[in-house]
Design a protein around this ligand. Structure first.
Ligand SMILES: [Zn+2]
Length: 437
Protein backbone atom coordinates (compact mmCIF):
# COMPACT_ATOMS: atom_id res chain seq x y z
CA UNK A 1 0.00 0.00 0.00
CA UNK A 2 1.32 3.44 -0.96
CA UNK A 3 1.49 6.00 1.86
CA UNK A 4 2.98 9.47 2.31
CA UNK A 5 5.40 8.76 5.13
CA UNK A 6 6.79 5.88 7.17
CA UNK A 7 8.83 6.71 10.27
CA UNK A 8 10.88 3.82 11.64
CA UNK A 9 11.82 4.57 15.23
CA UNK A 10 13.79 2.84 17.96
CA UNK A 11 11.01 3.64 20.43
CA UNK A 12 7.49 5.02 20.20
CA UNK A 13 5.64 6.29 23.27
CA UNK A 14 2.09 6.77 21.97
CA UNK A 15 0.76 8.11 25.35
CA UNK A 16 -2.48 6.26 24.57
CA UNK A 17 -2.69 3.53 25.80
CA UNK A 18 -0.95 4.89 28.89
CA UNK A 19 2.30 3.29 29.94
CA UNK A 20 3.05 1.60 26.60
CA UNK A 21 6.53 1.90 25.09
CA UNK A 22 7.05 0.20 21.72
CA UNK A 23 10.54 -0.78 20.58
CA UNK A 24 11.59 -1.05 16.90
CA UNK A 25 8.26 0.30 15.83
CA UNK A 26 6.97 2.34 12.90
CA UNK A 27 4.45 5.10 12.50
CA UNK A 28 2.59 5.34 9.19
CA UNK A 29 1.25 8.68 7.97
CA UNK A 30 -1.02 9.43 5.05
CA UNK A 31 -2.85 12.62 4.17
CA UNK A 32 -1.67 14.28 7.40
CA UNK A 33 -3.04 11.56 9.65
CA UNK A 34 -1.67 8.56 11.51
CA UNK A 35 -3.01 5.47 9.77
CA UNK A 36 -1.02 2.72 11.48
CA UNK A 37 1.46 1.87 14.24
CA UNK A 38 3.14 -1.50 13.95
CA UNK A 39 6.45 -3.27 14.33
CA UNK A 40 9.04 -2.14 11.84
CA UNK A 41 9.48 -5.50 10.11
CA UNK A 42 5.75 -5.76 9.36
CA UNK A 43 5.56 -2.10 8.31
CA UNK A 44 8.31 -2.63 5.73
CA UNK A 45 6.30 -5.45 4.16
CA UNK A 46 2.93 -3.77 4.27
CA UNK A 47 3.67 -0.19 3.14
CA UNK A 48 5.46 1.54 0.25
CA UNK A 49 6.11 5.02 1.57
CA UNK A 50 6.77 8.03 -0.64
CA UNK A 51 9.09 9.22 2.17
CA UNK A 52 10.95 6.94 4.57
CA UNK A 53 12.58 8.18 7.76
CA UNK A 54 14.83 5.89 9.75
CA UNK A 55 15.25 7.21 13.31
CA UNK A 56 17.01 4.29 14.94
CA UNK A 57 18.35 6.18 17.97
CA UNK A 58 15.19 8.17 18.59
CA UNK A 59 12.03 8.12 20.62
CA UNK A 60 8.82 9.31 18.94
CA UNK A 61 6.22 11.07 21.05
CA UNK A 62 3.05 13.04 20.29
CA UNK A 63 3.71 16.74 19.65
CA UNK A 64 3.91 18.70 22.91
CA UNK A 65 1.00 21.03 23.66
CA UNK A 66 1.93 24.27 25.36
CA UNK A 67 -1.42 24.93 26.97
CA UNK A 68 -0.74 28.45 28.18
CA UNK A 69 1.50 31.09 26.70
CA UNK A 70 1.68 34.66 25.48
CA UNK A 71 3.84 33.87 22.46
CA UNK A 72 4.74 37.40 21.40
CA UNK A 73 6.19 38.09 24.85
CA UNK A 74 9.30 36.27 23.65
CA UNK A 75 10.51 39.75 22.75
CA UNK A 76 10.30 40.67 26.46
CA UNK A 77 12.33 37.71 27.72
CA UNK A 78 14.79 39.02 30.30
CA UNK A 79 13.42 42.57 30.39
CA UNK A 80 12.45 42.45 34.10
CA UNK A 81 13.32 39.59 36.39
CA UNK A 82 13.38 38.51 40.01
CA UNK A 83 10.23 40.45 40.98
CA UNK A 84 6.82 39.42 42.39
CA UNK A 85 3.82 39.31 40.02
CA UNK A 86 2.10 42.65 40.67
CA UNK A 87 5.32 44.69 40.80
CA UNK A 88 6.55 42.90 37.68
CA UNK A 89 3.26 43.47 35.82
CA UNK A 90 2.39 47.01 36.91
CA UNK A 91 5.82 48.60 36.94
CA UNK A 92 7.57 46.76 34.13
CA UNK A 93 5.55 44.57 31.76
CA UNK A 94 2.39 46.66 31.34
CA UNK A 95 4.27 49.96 30.74
CA UNK A 96 6.56 48.28 28.18
CA UNK A 97 3.55 46.71 26.47
CA UNK A 98 1.64 49.96 26.42
CA UNK A 99 4.49 51.69 24.70
CA UNK A 100 5.61 49.01 22.27
CA UNK A 101 2.98 46.38 21.52
CA UNK A 102 1.79 46.70 17.93
CA UNK A 103 0.99 44.44 15.03
CA UNK A 104 4.65 44.23 14.07
CA UNK A 105 5.68 43.48 17.69
CA UNK A 106 3.21 40.60 17.79
CA UNK A 107 4.29 39.34 14.36
CA UNK A 108 7.99 39.28 15.24
CA UNK A 109 7.49 38.04 18.81
CA UNK A 110 5.15 35.24 17.77
CA UNK A 111 7.56 34.13 15.04
CA UNK A 112 10.39 34.01 17.56
CA UNK A 113 8.24 31.93 19.91
CA UNK A 114 7.08 29.59 17.14
CA UNK A 115 10.70 28.93 16.16
CA UNK A 116 11.63 28.23 19.78
CA UNK A 117 8.59 26.03 20.34
CA UNK A 118 9.10 23.94 17.19
CA UNK A 119 12.79 23.45 18.00
CA UNK A 120 11.70 22.21 21.42
CA UNK A 121 9.05 19.76 20.19
CA UNK A 122 5.93 21.88 20.72
CA UNK A 123 3.39 21.43 17.93
CA UNK A 124 0.42 23.29 19.41
CA UNK A 125 0.19 26.38 21.60
CA UNK A 126 -2.66 27.96 23.49
CA UNK A 127 -2.13 31.69 23.15
CA UNK A 128 -3.45 34.73 24.99
CA UNK A 129 -2.19 38.08 23.74
CA UNK A 130 -2.96 41.35 21.96
CA UNK A 131 -3.51 41.22 18.19
CA UNK A 132 -4.63 37.58 18.26
CA UNK A 133 -5.38 37.96 14.55
CA UNK A 134 -1.65 38.38 13.89
CA UNK A 135 -0.72 35.42 16.11
CA UNK A 136 -3.18 33.25 14.18
CA UNK A 137 -1.81 34.45 10.86
CA UNK A 138 1.78 33.64 11.88
CA UNK A 139 0.80 30.18 13.14
CA UNK A 140 -0.90 29.43 9.82
CA UNK A 141 2.06 30.78 7.85
CA UNK A 142 4.57 28.59 9.71
CA UNK A 143 2.37 25.49 9.91
CA UNK A 144 2.11 25.14 13.70
CA UNK A 145 -1.20 24.35 15.38
CA UNK A 146 -2.62 27.03 17.69
CA UNK A 147 -5.59 27.80 19.87
CA UNK A 148 -5.97 31.55 19.68
CA UNK A 149 -7.25 33.47 22.72
CA UNK A 150 -9.99 36.01 22.02
CA UNK A 151 -8.88 38.38 24.75
CA UNK A 152 -11.19 40.34 27.05
CA UNK A 153 -10.31 43.10 29.52
CA UNK A 154 -12.36 45.85 31.21
CA UNK A 155 -9.94 48.59 30.27
CA UNK A 156 -8.59 49.95 26.99
CA UNK A 157 -5.48 48.40 25.47
CA UNK A 158 -3.92 48.49 22.03
CA UNK A 159 -6.44 45.84 20.92
CA UNK A 160 -9.77 47.39 21.98
CA UNK A 161 -11.19 50.35 23.88
CA UNK A 162 -13.78 48.71 26.16
CA UNK A 163 -15.34 45.38 27.09
CA UNK A 164 -17.93 45.52 24.31
CA UNK A 165 -15.26 46.22 21.71
CA UNK A 166 -13.22 43.21 22.90
CA UNK A 167 -16.30 41.02 22.54
CA UNK A 168 -17.23 42.23 19.08
CA UNK A 169 -13.62 41.84 17.89
CA UNK A 170 -13.63 38.35 19.41
CA UNK A 171 -16.72 37.32 17.47
CA UNK A 172 -15.36 38.79 14.28
CA UNK A 173 -12.02 37.01 14.62
CA UNK A 174 -13.66 33.70 15.54
CA UNK A 175 -15.69 33.94 12.36
CA UNK A 176 -12.62 34.70 10.26
CA UNK A 177 -10.65 31.75 11.69
CA UNK A 178 -13.45 29.20 11.73
CA UNK A 179 -12.26 27.38 8.63
CA UNK A 180 -8.53 27.36 9.33
CA UNK A 181 -7.40 23.75 9.55
CA UNK A 182 -4.78 24.25 12.28
CA UNK A 183 -6.47 27.02 14.26
CA UNK A 184 -9.13 26.95 16.97
CA UNK A 185 -10.25 29.76 19.25
CA UNK A 186 -11.12 30.26 22.92
CA UNK A 187 -12.44 33.20 24.83
CA UNK A 188 -9.54 34.48 26.92
CA UNK A 189 -10.68 36.87 29.65
CA UNK A 190 -7.35 37.86 31.23
CA UNK A 191 -8.04 37.27 34.95
CA UNK A 192 -10.73 37.71 37.60
CA UNK A 193 -9.17 41.02 38.68
CA UNK A 194 -9.13 42.53 35.17
CA UNK A 195 -12.59 41.56 33.89
CA UNK A 196 -15.82 42.45 35.73
CA UNK A 197 -19.07 40.50 35.96
CA UNK A 198 -21.00 42.10 33.11
CA UNK A 199 -18.53 41.35 30.29
CA UNK A 200 -18.00 37.86 31.70
CA UNK A 201 -21.76 37.21 31.53
CA UNK A 202 -21.98 38.48 27.96
CA UNK A 203 -18.91 36.48 26.97
CA UNK A 204 -20.40 33.31 28.46
CA UNK A 205 -23.53 33.68 26.35
CA UNK A 206 -21.40 33.85 23.20
CA UNK A 207 -19.16 30.99 24.37
CA UNK A 208 -22.22 28.77 24.87
CA UNK A 209 -23.68 29.72 21.50
CA UNK A 210 -20.45 29.07 19.62
CA UNK A 211 -19.35 26.12 21.78
CA UNK A 212 -16.04 27.80 22.63
CA UNK A 213 -13.72 27.00 25.51
CA UNK A 214 -12.63 29.67 28.00
CA UNK A 215 -9.00 30.29 28.98
CA UNK A 216 -8.27 32.45 32.04
CA UNK A 217 -5.60 33.06 34.70
CA UNK A 218 -7.21 32.05 38.02
CA UNK A 219 -5.90 31.96 41.62
CA UNK A 220 -2.42 32.84 40.44
CA UNK A 221 -1.34 34.46 43.70
CA UNK A 222 -2.43 34.81 47.35
CA UNK A 223 -2.82 38.55 46.69
CA UNK A 224 -5.46 37.92 43.98
CA UNK A 225 -7.52 35.70 46.29
CA UNK A 226 -7.23 38.08 49.28
CA UNK A 227 -8.27 41.14 47.26
CA UNK A 228 -11.40 39.39 45.96
CA UNK A 229 -12.23 38.15 49.48
CA UNK A 230 -11.94 41.73 50.76
CA UNK A 231 -14.31 42.95 48.05
CA UNK A 232 -17.24 40.62 48.58
CA UNK A 233 -16.23 37.70 50.76
CA UNK A 234 -15.89 35.33 47.79
CA UNK A 235 -12.80 33.70 46.35
CA UNK A 236 -12.27 34.34 42.63
CA UNK A 237 -13.24 30.71 41.97
CA UNK A 238 -16.52 31.11 43.88
CA UNK A 239 -17.28 34.27 41.91
CA UNK A 240 -16.58 32.60 38.56
CA UNK A 241 -18.72 29.64 39.59
CA UNK A 242 -21.61 31.94 40.49
CA UNK A 243 -21.29 33.56 37.08
CA UNK A 244 -21.56 30.11 35.49
CA UNK A 245 -18.08 30.02 33.97
CA UNK A 246 -16.81 26.83 35.59
CA UNK A 247 -17.71 23.96 33.27
CA UNK A 248 -15.79 21.27 31.32
CA UNK A 249 -15.07 24.04 28.78
CA UNK A 250 -13.07 26.10 31.29
CA UNK A 251 -9.27 26.22 31.56
CA UNK A 252 -8.02 27.74 34.80
CA UNK A 253 -4.37 28.70 34.45
CA UNK A 254 -2.04 28.59 37.49
CA UNK A 255 -4.38 27.70 40.42
CA UNK A 256 -1.60 28.00 42.98
CA UNK A 257 -3.97 28.90 45.83
CA UNK A 258 -6.26 25.94 46.43
CA UNK A 259 -7.62 24.52 49.68
CA UNK A 260 -8.74 20.86 49.81
CA UNK A 261 -12.33 22.19 49.58
CA UNK A 262 -11.48 24.23 46.48
CA UNK A 263 -10.03 21.11 44.85
CA UNK A 264 -13.14 19.02 45.57
CA UNK A 265 -15.43 21.77 44.38
CA UNK A 266 -13.46 22.50 41.22
CA UNK A 267 -13.27 18.78 40.36
CA UNK A 268 -17.08 18.66 40.38
CA UNK A 269 -17.31 21.47 37.82
CA UNK A 270 -15.31 19.40 35.29
CA UNK A 271 -12.99 22.37 34.65
CA UNK A 272 -9.35 21.89 33.64
CA UNK A 273 -6.17 23.24 35.22
CA UNK A 274 -3.22 24.50 33.22
CA UNK A 275 -0.17 24.20 35.43
CA UNK A 276 2.76 26.58 34.73
CA UNK A 277 5.35 25.52 37.29
CA UNK A 278 8.33 27.55 36.04
CA UNK A 279 6.40 30.81 35.91
CA UNK A 280 4.90 30.15 39.36
CA UNK A 281 8.34 29.41 40.79
CA UNK A 282 9.99 32.43 39.18
CA UNK A 283 7.33 34.90 40.37
CA UNK A 284 7.12 33.11 43.75
CA UNK A 285 3.37 32.86 43.17
CA UNK A 286 2.92 29.58 45.03
CA UNK A 287 2.49 25.94 44.10
CA UNK A 288 -0.42 24.25 42.40
CA UNK A 289 -1.08 21.04 44.37
CA UNK A 290 -1.03 18.99 41.18
CA UNK A 291 -0.93 15.53 42.78
CA UNK A 292 -4.00 16.29 44.90
CA UNK A 293 -5.83 17.81 41.92
CA UNK A 294 -5.16 14.77 39.74
CA UNK A 295 -6.20 12.49 42.59
CA UNK A 296 -9.50 14.38 42.73
CA UNK A 297 -10.00 13.68 39.02
CA UNK A 298 -9.12 17.10 37.61
CA UNK A 299 -7.46 17.10 34.18
CA UNK A 300 -4.14 18.96 34.55
CA UNK A 301 -2.38 20.25 31.43
CA UNK A 302 0.94 22.06 31.20
CA UNK A 303 2.05 25.46 29.91
CA UNK A 304 5.16 27.61 29.90
CA UNK A 305 3.41 30.97 30.33
CA UNK A 306 4.94 33.92 28.44
CA UNK A 307 8.69 34.19 28.04
CA UNK A 308 8.80 37.32 30.20
CA UNK A 309 8.07 35.19 33.28
CA UNK A 310 9.72 31.87 32.49
CA UNK A 311 11.96 32.85 30.48
CA UNK A 312 11.66 30.21 27.79
CA UNK A 313 9.10 28.18 25.85
CA UNK A 314 10.66 24.83 26.70
CA UNK A 315 8.04 22.15 27.32
CA UNK A 316 10.60 19.39 28.01
CA UNK A 317 11.94 21.48 30.87
CA UNK A 318 8.41 22.30 32.01
CA UNK A 319 7.63 18.56 32.18
CA UNK A 320 10.68 17.89 34.28
CA UNK A 321 9.96 20.75 36.68
CA UNK A 322 6.31 19.65 36.95
CA UNK A 323 7.34 16.11 37.86
CA UNK A 324 9.98 17.25 40.38
CA UNK A 325 7.89 20.00 41.95
CA UNK A 326 4.88 17.73 42.46
CA UNK A 327 7.08 15.31 44.38
CA UNK A 328 8.48 18.10 46.53
CA UNK A 329 5.12 19.75 47.22
CA UNK A 330 3.31 16.50 48.06
CA UNK A 331 6.21 14.83 49.91
CA UNK A 332 5.60 11.80 47.72
CA UNK A 333 8.28 10.63 45.27
CA UNK A 334 5.63 8.76 43.26
CA UNK A 335 3.58 11.91 42.60
CA UNK A 336 3.50 12.89 38.89
CA UNK A 337 5.42 10.01 37.34
CA UNK A 338 7.39 10.47 34.12
CA UNK A 339 4.40 9.03 32.23
CA UNK A 340 2.00 11.44 33.93
CA UNK A 341 4.29 14.38 33.13
CA UNK A 342 4.26 13.37 29.45
CA UNK A 343 0.47 12.98 29.55
CA UNK A 344 0.16 16.48 31.02
CA UNK A 345 2.26 17.88 28.17
CA UNK A 346 0.30 16.06 25.45
CA UNK A 347 -3.07 14.34 25.91
CA UNK A 348 -4.18 16.39 28.92
CA UNK A 349 -3.52 19.58 26.96
CA UNK A 350 -5.57 18.21 24.08
CA UNK A 351 -8.42 17.42 26.48
CA UNK A 352 -8.32 20.91 27.99
CA UNK A 353 -8.56 22.40 24.50
CA UNK A 354 -11.35 20.00 23.51
CA UNK A 355 -9.08 18.59 20.79
CA UNK A 356 -8.38 15.10 22.14
CA UNK A 357 -10.22 13.51 19.21
CA UNK A 358 -7.57 15.07 16.90
CA UNK A 359 -4.28 15.39 18.80
CA UNK A 360 -2.52 14.52 22.06
CA UNK A 361 -1.51 10.92 21.35
CA UNK A 362 -0.08 8.81 18.55
CA UNK A 363 -3.26 6.96 17.74
CA UNK A 364 -4.70 5.80 14.43
CA UNK A 365 -7.02 8.46 13.03
CA UNK A 366 -5.38 11.38 14.85
CA UNK A 367 -3.36 14.11 13.15
CA UNK A 368 0.30 13.29 12.57
CA UNK A 369 1.67 15.80 15.10
CA UNK A 370 4.85 13.92 15.89
CA UNK A 371 8.17 14.70 17.58
CA UNK A 372 11.43 12.73 17.43
CA UNK A 373 14.03 13.05 20.17
CA UNK A 374 17.52 11.68 19.57
CA UNK A 375 18.67 9.81 22.67
CA UNK A 376 22.08 8.85 21.24
CA UNK A 377 23.82 11.80 22.93
CA UNK A 378 26.09 10.71 25.77
CA UNK A 379 23.98 12.84 28.09
CA UNK A 380 21.08 10.40 27.67
CA UNK A 381 23.04 7.12 27.69
CA UNK A 382 22.41 4.37 28.64
CA UNK A 383 18.73 4.00 27.80
CA UNK A 384 17.19 1.57 30.29
CA UNK A 385 13.99 3.51 29.95
CA UNK A 386 13.47 6.04 27.12
CA UNK A 387 10.61 7.70 29.01
CA UNK A 388 12.77 8.38 32.07
CA UNK A 389 15.57 9.74 29.85
CA UNK A 390 13.06 11.92 28.02
CA UNK A 391 11.50 13.48 31.12
CA UNK A 392 14.40 13.53 33.58
CA UNK A 393 17.49 13.97 31.39
CA UNK A 394 16.90 15.00 27.77
CA UNK A 395 17.25 18.61 26.63
CA UNK A 396 15.33 20.30 23.84
CA UNK A 397 18.47 20.39 21.70
CA UNK A 398 17.92 16.66 21.22
CA UNK A 399 14.61 17.27 19.43
CA UNK A 400 15.60 16.34 15.89
CA UNK A 401 12.39 16.29 13.83
CA UNK A 402 8.88 17.66 14.12
CA UNK A 403 5.79 17.11 11.99
CA UNK A 404 2.45 18.91 12.30
CA UNK A 405 -0.47 17.32 10.45
CA UNK A 406 2.12 15.26 8.56
CA UNK A 407 4.10 18.29 7.38
CA UNK A 408 7.74 18.35 8.43
CA UNK A 409 8.51 21.63 10.23
CA UNK A 410 11.85 20.58 11.74
CA UNK A 411 14.18 18.45 9.65
CA UNK A 412 17.31 17.25 11.51
CA UNK A 413 17.23 20.43 13.66
CA UNK A 414 16.58 22.72 10.65
CA UNK A 415 13.34 24.69 10.62
CA UNK A 416 11.59 24.37 7.28
CA UNK A 417 9.26 27.38 7.51
CA UNK A 418 11.34 29.95 9.44
CA UNK A 419 14.75 31.48 8.85
CA UNK A 420 16.99 31.79 11.92
CA UNK A 421 19.10 34.64 10.56
CA UNK A 422 15.98 36.67 9.82
CA UNK A 423 14.61 35.97 13.33
CA UNK A 424 17.89 37.08 14.92
CA UNK A 425 17.82 40.33 12.98
CA UNK A 426 14.23 41.12 13.93
CA UNK A 427 14.92 40.30 17.61
CA UNK A 428 17.92 42.63 17.54
CA UNK A 429 15.82 45.52 16.20
CA UNK A 430 13.32 45.09 19.04
CA UNK A 431 16.08 44.79 21.60
CA UNK A 432 17.41 48.14 20.50
CA UNK A 433 13.95 49.78 20.57
CA UNK A 434 13.08 48.34 23.97
CA UNK A 435 16.46 48.92 25.58
CA UNK A 436 15.57 52.18 27.24
CA UNK A 437 11.78 51.84 27.52
ZN1 LIG B 1 -0.09 33.90 31.60
Amino acid sequence: MQVDLLIQARWIIPVEPAGVIHENYSLVVDDGKIIDLLDTASAAQKYQPRALENLDQHVLIPGLINCHTHAAMSLLSGIADDLPLMDWLQNHIWPAEQKWVSESFVRDGTDLAIAEMLRGGTTCFNDMYFFPDIAAQQAVEHGIRANIGLIVFDFPTVWAENADAYLSKALDLHERLRHERLITTSFAPHAPYTVSDEPLRKMLTFADELDLTIHMHVHETRHEVDEQLKKNGQTPLQRLHELGLLTPSFMAVHMTQLSPDDIRFYAETGGHIVHCPESNLKLASGFCPVAACMEAGINVALGTDGAASNNDQDMLAEMRVAALLAKGVSGNASAVSAMQALQMATLNGAKALGLDDKIGSLAVGKAADVVAIDLSDVETQPVFNPLAQLVYAASRHQVSDVWVAGKRLLNKRQLTTLDLQDLRQRAAVWQQRLAGF
